[in-house]
Design a protein around this ligand. Structure first.
Ligand code: NAI
Length: 336
């Protein structure tokens, strides 16, 4: 049975994997996998990592050198792995392509509803005995236009929700979905989606092409007062440009579950420390900004699926079976 070193683990990772373990040997490390920590993987057949572990050429070569032959991602996105370097080093990379796309889509909805109806403010007010409605006026979502960038598994689940709420749903994807078209989603060019959306939600992967997809130029093309929602990856958005647009009263509101520099912050309790990241510190004080710390995936159902599929990946790795969960250069156009 495979010996696997887990990185970036939290109590819930350990609990789910220990409960479902069918005989593998696991060691759980809280630290992220990076060049300074790679030595911890010595003596293991594989490493199991998450969104902010850094699998660059240096780390992959070091893993190969100490005999590690598998990188198993406990997530769908694989933008943190240098696939070319993995191929060269002979390290197999596997992921969990889909566990509960609805979980992430529902989290995007939660963020949108919160910002639209200011329930985050209302919750605190009422707890403080303040029953005034001053400055709590929201907007009705029904009848608005929702723009969706990327209509893969999560984007499609999100389109269904927003159609159900009675919004017009427009989308941009290089590979439009016939299923979504039949349900009433209107595909158009990116610029048109930017111009027409009252709510714009990002559901495409982070690739060299989508890096800073939302920047100074694209923000200018967006409708004044629109809401931007990012549950994809932090680097889809240029944070400095978004802060500028919010300050200039152009972007109406922002909801993010992911952040450009999240690896230094997210998944940790920093409540006793000074936050040294000036950009997130600024965003934290804007009244029209809502931040969650990469929790879109975090439901009981998702955790069960992530664990089940990852254990199956370990098994396929041990047996040398091919798997549709393999990640390699064939999956992306620009492999670095
Ligand atoms: P998917 O692979 O099913 O769909 C991605 C879609 O984006 C595809 O339809 C693809 O054609 C489209 N796309 C690719 N390049 C594009 C471009 N330049 N412009 C417009 N569309 C483009 O992926 P899935 O499962 O829907 O996940 C999407 C992303 O969501 C992941 O890559 C990951 O970064 C993020 N994610 C975030 C989570 C969270 O907890 N916040 C959890 C899981 C995924």
């Amino acid at each position: 049975m495979a010996r696997i070193a887990f990185f970036s683990t939290q109590s819930y990772d350990r609990r789910f994997f220990e409960d479902q373990n069918n005989g593998h040997q696991f060691e759980f490390f809280e630290t992220r996998l990076k060049s300074k920590t790679v030595e911890l993987a010595k003596g293991f057949d594989g490493v199991c990592v998450f969104v902010n572990d850094r699998l660059n050429e240096e780390v992959l070569n070091a893993l190969a050198e100490i005999g590690v032959k598998l990188v198993a991602l406990r997530c769908a996105g694989f933008n943190n792995v240098d696939l070319k370097a993995a191929e060269k080093a002979g390290v197999r990379v596997m992921r969990v392509p889909a566990y509960s796309p609805e979980a992430i889509a529902e989290h995007a909805l939660a963020l949108i509803m919160t910002l639209a109806r200011r329930t985050h403010k209302a919750y605190n007010r009422v707890r403080d005995g303040n029953f005034s409605l001053e400055r709590l006026m929201g907007f009705t979502i029904h009848g608005r236009t929702t723009g969706v960038i990327g209509t893969g598994q999560i984007g499609r689940a999100f389109c269904n929700i927003m159609l159900g709420l009675g919004t017009r749903v427009i989308a941009y994807d290089k590979y439009p979905s016939e299923e979504m078209k039949n349900k009433g989603v209107e595909y158009m060019e990116l610029d048109e989606v930017l111009e027409k959306s009252d709510i714009l939600s990002l559901h495409c992967p982070l690739t060299p092409e989508t890096h800073h997809l939302i920047n100074q130029d694209t923000l200018k093309k967006m409708k004044k007062g629109a809401m931007l929602v990012n549950t994809g990856r932090g680097k889809l958005v240029n944070t400095a440009a978004v802060i500028k647009s919010l300050r200039e009263d152009h972007l109406g509101s922002l909801a993010i579950d992911v952040y450009e520099e999240e690896e230094k912050l997210f998944f940790r309790d920093l409540s006793d420390y000074v936050i040294r990241d000036d950009q997130i510190a600024q965003l934290m004080i804007f009244p029209n900004v809502l931040i969650t710390a990469h929790q879109g995936f975090f439901t009981k159902e998702s955790m069960e699926e992530i664990t089940r599929i990852t254990l199956k990946n370990f098994e396929d790795f041990e047996k040398g079976n091919d798997s549709e969960n393999d990640v390699n250069c064939k999956l992306i156009k620009d492999c670095g």
